[in-house]
Design a protein. Sequence first.
Length: 240
Amino acid sequence: MPAERDEAATGAGAVDAAPAGAREPARRPSSWARRGAHATLAFTVADIVATLLFAFEGARLAAVSGLDLFGVVVVGCVSSMVGGILRDVLLGDTPPFAFRSPSRIIVALLGSIGAFALVAAGAAAPDDVIAVLDALGLGLFAITGAEKALEFGSNGWVVVIVGTLTSVGGGMTRDVLLGHVPTVLTSSIYASAAAAGALAVYLGAKARLTPAVAMTIGFVVCAGLRILAIAFGWQLPRVG
């Protein structure tokens, strides 16, 4: 396991350093057992870009809602970091990576301040553009959640659940802070799109695809499904 692994999970070195006769943890899928630099880079880039997109979107909503700069930054950081923190806590990777490295906090601050400046300057962002950015962020967080769950040796159910919660956790918290009904409860194909993307990553791992390829497929599935749902008004079945 290369040193870069800390970007996605910690503790790999403990296996090599264990004394003779010590019980080894459950083995991970062979295609994920030795993550190379390309896989680590793919995870890191996806996580950082997702953090930036969700920070910008959350901060923009806060600014439009009339919050001051501090409130905008808080909402932007919450939107972009809660999902990843929840992912790490559920997987036992504590303290969460966002608290071990300044990179995610810096990116969240930059996205939040940028959104505040944009709104303050009177620049309007088209709703369609914001919807696409949200879909891209949703897909990126879905694949990072799924990939990290796989790295920790999780089964398919956990991979899908963690990938979904990573995607929707920040947005749900943002909406609650702003006094809105969470988007995940009003847009049918939202959490379901995240779940589909996470499932695609898991199936890619089972098919022995490289992590980068599996994550790319999962991203396309999630973001593509969400964008198509917006474009064609797709909804899951309802009663009444």
